[in-house]
Ligand binder design. Structure first.
Ligand SMILES: Cc1cc2nc3c(=O)[nH]c(=O)nc-3n(C[C@H](O)[C@H](O)[C@H](O)COP(=O)(O)OP(=O)(O)OC[C@H]3O[C@@H](n4cnc5c(N)ncnc54)[C@H](O)[C@@H]3O)c2cc1C
Length: 396
């Protein structure tokens, strides 16, 4: 299998895709940690993930190893925004599904419980979550409401004495079949506000069905969830999550995380395309020696570098507390557009072997489609930017 660890071949001066030395912006201790985790991901996660992806199976062993490297606690361990982002890059470079799991886990699950949860909720869930011993799912999207979820959300919550009673359906919920709990967004029947609830997955009336036959993110166990008169204690409402604006702050940060993923998938596309071009021979010489092939490698690397540089600057403004939805949406839309183009070039560069996920590029090709669509589609993120620069909403 033509899988090489990134930067293994020291012959050309620039074998590594981080041409602009973005990783050098990290302070030395974080830089050492970055290279250590990157080696682990390239040597222990990248190759094994292919078979799991093919089988649509979840690699619990790999997740435990990721936990040992601290990837389950990035949100709470004091890491810089750039370090956390570069972790998402390297995760996506090794496997996009596992980067999705780590991103949702850190940005949305840890972010929500630590930022919006009660002391009791923090004590109960955070220790297990930090090592990946426990998993949460982020349940916002519904079968009939995706892009218009903020206005259209139908799942209901009704306070009955000391319990909330939840009814409704959710779709596409990552880790919905394997998580210990779902963070469910539901509309309070009393005041009409959208609120966040912790729903343990073993509660009677919680039913999750795996969504199979996906063309990408096949390791992530996405689920259709039905909530039928699910009763949870009053204390399972997150005290800080009592309106959709709180969800929106988290969604801003998770859009930025998808930007990092989009950069990472392009580094992976470059790694795979470069390795293939250097080994595959046609017309008596390596593909790497043909001008048109070099053009494609240069284009993928240019897209990847532009994406990474954009995210490095986004990390700076995020660290300073200046990140707004418009920057996150612009980065997410732009980078996933570039990512789609990069993996398409990589796919064609591998010829027929680009069609098989065994050569990785086919896997990246499918995964890029998910990045383009989740956390707000390309179109919806573009409309957020359009509204910010014109003052006119074109959503409806
Ligand atoms: C693999 C995967 C994992 C996911 N994980 C999660 C998860 O863990 N938790 C969760 O809550 N959700 C999750 N999602 C849901 C995801 O966020 C939604 O799929 C996404 O927001 C789009 O919603 P939709 O699929 O309903 O598409 P729709 O909203 O029906 O959109 C269909 C098309 O119409 C376009 N469109 C819609 N409105 C407009 C408009 N006003 N103007 C122009 N074009 C428009 C869209 O851009 C899109 O092209 C996941 C989705 C996928 C595919």
């Amino acid at each position: 299998m033509p899988v090489q660890p990134a930067g293994d071949d020291g012959t050309p001066p620039f074998p590594d895709a981080d041409l602009m030395y973005i990783a050098d912006l990290l302070a030395p201790p974080e830089r050492d940690r970055y290279f250590g985790i990157r080696r682990f991901l390239q040597s222990s996660v990248r190759q094994p993930s292919i078979e799991y992806w093919n089988r649509e199976e979840f690699p619990f062993g790999l997740l435990a190893d990721m936990g040992k490297h601290g990837l389950g606690a990035l949100q709470l361990d004091g890491s810089s925004t750039l370090f956390k982002g570069l972790m998402y890059v390297e995760l996506a470079r090794a496997d996009v599904s596992l980067s999705a799991l780590a991103g949702i886990h850190n940005e949305l699950i840890l972010g929500m419980i630590s930022g919006l949860g009660s002391e009791e909720q923090k004590d109960r869930w955070l220790p297990g979550l930090k090592s990946f011993a426990r998993l949460g799912a982020f349940a916002l999207t519904e079968p009939d409401h995706g892009s218009d979820i903020a206005g259209g959300l139908e799942t209901s919550a009704r306070l009955d004495g000391r319990e909330w009673v939840l009814n409704g359906a959710k779709r596409w919920i990552g880790a919905g079949t394997i998580a210990d709990f779902a963070l469910v967004w539901a509309r309070d029947a009393a005041d009409g506000e959208i609120k966040g609830f912790i729903v343990e997955t073993d509660r009677p009336g919680y039913m999750a069905t795996k969504i199979s036959n996906k063309i990408g993110l096949r390791i992530m166990q996405n689920a259709d969830i039905v909530l039928q008169d699910v009763r949870i204690p009053a204390g399972n409402l997150l005290p800080g999550a009592t309106s959709f604006s709180r969800a929106n702050e988290l969604l801003r940060d998770s859009r930025a995380w998808v930007g990092w993923q989009g950069a990472g998938i392009q580094l992976a596309a470059f790694d795979v395309a470069r390795a293939y071009a250097l080994t595959r021979r046609q017309f008596g010489k390596e593909l790497a020696g043909f001008q048109l092939v070099q053009q494609q490698l240069a284009d993928i690397l240019g897209n990847a570098s532009a994406s990474l540089a954009l995210m490095a600057q986004l990390a700076r403004i995020q660290q300073e507390g200046k990140l707004e939805m418009v920057q996150a949406a612009m980065a997410k839309a732009t980078i996933t557009r570039l990512a789609r183009s990069s993996v398409a070039m990589g796919r064609s560069l591998l010829g027929g072997n680009g069609i098989s996920s065994d050569y990785e590029m086919g896997k990246l090709f499918g995964d890029a489609e998910i990045l383009y669509t989740y956390e707000g589609t390309y179109e919806v993120n573009s409309l957020i930017v359009g509204r910010a620069v014109t003052g006119k909403s074109a959503f409806h």
